[in-house]
Design a protein around this ligand. Structure first.
Ligand SMILES: [Zn+2]
Length: 119
């Protein structure tokens, strides 16, 4: 898919041209994510930065991916909320989507959301 290739190029270009402040920011976000994964017993899940036109965060079986540009630019609380949103997915895996089980788990973790997810 052409567009996705463009996103990956943007990601690679940014990763190769991070300022010192941006590197520190990314390291800080990575630290938060690793701590949270550990807190919830998910040490087997990797945390990575990505870039995609469809989402800011995604949870796969063995890794959570967060948008690099979001990590660089969004307020820390927003970033943390998205990481916890994905951790809630990991905790109810292999269930997918934002159904009742995910919502219950997400609330336990203190995740907030504005979208209306169906139960
Ligand atoms: Zn989700």
């Amino acid at each position: 898919m052409k567009l996705q290739k463009l996103y990956l190029e943007r990601l690679a270009e940014k990763l190769n041209n991070l300022t010192i402040a941006e590197k520190e920011r990314i390291e800080g976000v990575n630290e938060i994510a690793v701590q949270l994964l550990k807190r919830y017993g998910l040490e087997h899940i990797k945390f990575e930065f990505g870039h995609n036109r469809k989402y800011y965060g995604i949870c796969h079986q063995d890794r959570i991916e967060l948008d690099l540009f979001l990590a660089l630019n969004a307020p820390r609380e927003v970033v943390r909320n998205i990481i916890l949103h994905e951790i809630a997915h990991a905790l109810v895996y292999p269930l997918r989507g934002h159904g009742e089980k995910w919502q219950t788990k997400a609330k336990e973790l203190g995740v907030t959301w504005e979208r209306k997810y169906r139960k």
